[in-house]
Design a protein around this ligand. Sequence first.
Ligand code: URA
Length: 441
Amino acid sequence: MRMVDLIEKKKLAGVHDAAELRFIIEGYTAGAIPDYQMAAWLMAVRFRSLNRQETVELTLAMAESGRQLDLSQIAGTKVDKHSTGGVADTTTLIVTPLVAAAGVKVAKMSGRGLGFTGGTIDKLESIPGFRSALTTDEFICQVQRIGLAITSQTPDIAPADGKIYALRDVTATVDSLPLIAASVMSKKIAAGADKILLDVKYGSGAFMKTLPEAEALARVMVDIGNGAGRETLAMLSSMEEPLGTGIGNSLEIAEAIEILSGSGDPRLCEFCIEMAAQMLRMAQPDLSQPAATETIRQLLTSGAALAKFREFIEAQGGDGSVVTDPGLLGTAANCLEILSNQAGFVCSMQSAELGRGSILLGAGREKKGDPIDLHAGIKLHVRCGDAVASGQRLATLYYGKGVDPRQAKTLVLDSIQLSEQPQPCPALIAGIIAKEQSGAT
Ligand code: URA
């Protein structure tokens, strides 16, 4: 088999068989297929796509390209969650202690931020002392002991995805439905959880710009997960405005603590309750939806979820007192208030642009490996639908010494658009895709 023939085949919209896809994945992972050929094939896939069977085969080949975690030593159902990437998306930080407090075992591997989207590992590293790289033994023991561990994705889990994702990021081939599906599901399958809840985002701040595109992606991923023997459910959620109000690593930890303490943004809070209830029901299928929601609400209001978050932080070497004193997270050297230059109603907030603004302030990376400022970012003071007076504070920018905030300020001002009349806000959760609805492969 020759890679050039497979590129030619996909260029002409041919259909690959399993052996061809394994040849590509194994060859690229081993270094036998060079970046330029892989990039050409990825671009052919971006335009010609992969059918359902090809996507399943690609995912399995990627999942099997490295080590597959065996979590069978951990008693009980292990539930994982994954978001396709968004802005101010703190759900992992809120939902995982919530469900762990309900007795569900959460063994989660997370990534770092890339592009305009944040990453849970960067956020957690803004907690003084927090250790994000656990050995497999530490990871498994911690889940057995306290029900929750979050570790950084190790290079030996789906290594094909690590290499391919880095190449996609610099060859404009991220926004391909089958490539996103294979990327997400290969990691989730290799990470070993029994059940997987996906949060598939759509809108200006997501890879999938429209709801139908997100729905199509969700259906493919739900099929792949269930086909691989892992019960998989997908929530479809809007990224038309940032999910929370903090965009930046320590700002997002502070926001998660606020929610777990029973206050904070109600939209984010309700979203997390819904997601946690879904995960709880996946682990305990006999529970009704209202009962699961009620259990989660109680764990939030009783402080049990916050206590679990503290236990988790301390188990990974972090300073647990941040949960009662978020000031210990520290703050950026400088801040700048952004005021509205007109009155009106917030009708749109461009999430991707706000994410880019926070990168300009130092909160994220332009490219893999770039250093980041864990205290930099944007705190939003308004949400879609809010009435705003002229001169009212829209956002605060946080940034370090030597950073010029002017470009970020322009981006923030351009991103928060006002209308004369209030406009309806899109519902946050647009639907749930389960196996029965997704159509068998
Ligand atoms: N998240 C992933 O893990 N992979 C993608 O390709 C896109 C989002």
